[in-house]
Design a protein around this ligand. Structure first.
Ligand SMILES: NC(=O)c1ccc[n+]([C@@H]2O[C@H](COP(=O)([O-])OP(=O)(O)OC[C@H]3O[C@@H](n4cnc5c(N)ncnc54)[C@H](O)[C@@H]3O)[C@@H](O)[C@H]2O)c1
Length: 256
């Protein structure tokens, strides 16, 4: 454990911390000295990452949470406060998508679930976390958006819209909460090598199909979880305390 980590002494909640970007952010934050609270609806995944962190000598707890449920979000915040006494960073990362398909083939129940997980979760994290940040007179939200909010691909219309909401909510929260010394930023990753990949591609994960997507990314590769983790560490770092309302593309140039 680094004694002079960039996030030394901080406490970070990471939703969806049991896989993909969330897992990578949890490791990167812990390496920089933060204590970690993982919130995931997959108990096994959350416990696995938590076990890996503690085995490395880091402090971490895992909570079973559905981010679309107010009671669960309240319990997550309370668990962080009970165990660590403070919250410095709230990473709203848990998210989902409908499989890539024509917009009218996504049914109403799926649409409602998608917006509950990807968008309502931001409302709920604000409801339960902003009062804590106001009491502390500091805090930082990092929301995981997507390049889908900037350069939408076909077949993902409702997912794209949910990430558009993440962008606007990020900027709007940033201006409204700035007087409270609360920063709000987001990260827009490009298509990444996580379990969500095939959902987004809508085709089999073959070299030929990957090549089609890679052709639209100037740096010529998919996003890796660690790319997002490095950007998140920057946004959480007190050294970026003049950065708010930013929706940072981590996309190899995809959005140019
Ligand atoms: N993978 C990509 O290509 C990509 C690109 C841009 C943005 N994103 C966004 O990044 C975020 C993370 O995606 P990922 O690729 O790491 O996904 P992932 O599927 O690897 O991990 C998501 C994690 O979130 C958890 N989760 C899902 N719904 C939840 C809920 N309602 N409550 C609590 N936990 C829940 C899952 O159990 C899982 O552990 C999402 O918001 C996604 O939209 C992904």
């Amino acid at each position: 454990m680094s004694a002079a980590g960039r996030l030394q002494g901080m406490v970070a909640i990471i939703t969806g911390g049991g896989s993909g970007f969330g897992e990578s952010m949890a490791h990167a934050f812990a390496r920089e000295g933060a204590r970690i609270v993982l919130g995931d609806m997959n108990r096994e995944a959350g416990n696995r990452v938590c076990g890996e962190l503690t085995a490395l000598g880091f402090e971490a707890i895992a909570c079973l949470v559905d981010v679309s449920k107010s009671d669960d979000m309240a319990a997550l915040i309370n668990a962080a406060l009970e165990r660590f006494g403070q919250i410095d960073v709230m990473v709203n990362n848990a998210g989902m998508s409908h499989p890539n398909r024509p917009m009218l083939d996504v049914d109403e129940a799926f649409f409602d679930r998608l917006f509950a997980v990807n968008v309502k979760s931001l409302y709920l994290s604000a409801v339960h976390c902003v009062p804590v940040f106001r009491r502390q007179k500091r805090g930082c939200f990092i929301n995981i958006g997507s390049t889908a909010a900037v350069r939408p691909r076909p077949g993902l219309t409702w997912y794209n819209g949910s990430k558009g909401a993440v962008t606007l909510i990020t900027k709007s929260m940033a201006v409204e909460l700035a007087p409270d010394n609360i920063r709000v930023n987001s990260i827009n990753p490009a298509l990444a090598d996580t379990p969500l990949l095939t959902t987004f591609m809508g085709t089999a994960d073959t070299a030929e199909n990957r090549a089609r997507f890679l052709a639209s990314i100037p740096l010529g590769r998919l996003c890796q979880p660690v790319d997002v983790a490095h950007a998140a560490v920057f946004l959480a770092d007190p050294a970026s305390n003049f950065v708010t309302g930013v929706c940072l593309e981590v996309d190899g140039g995809r959005c140019i």
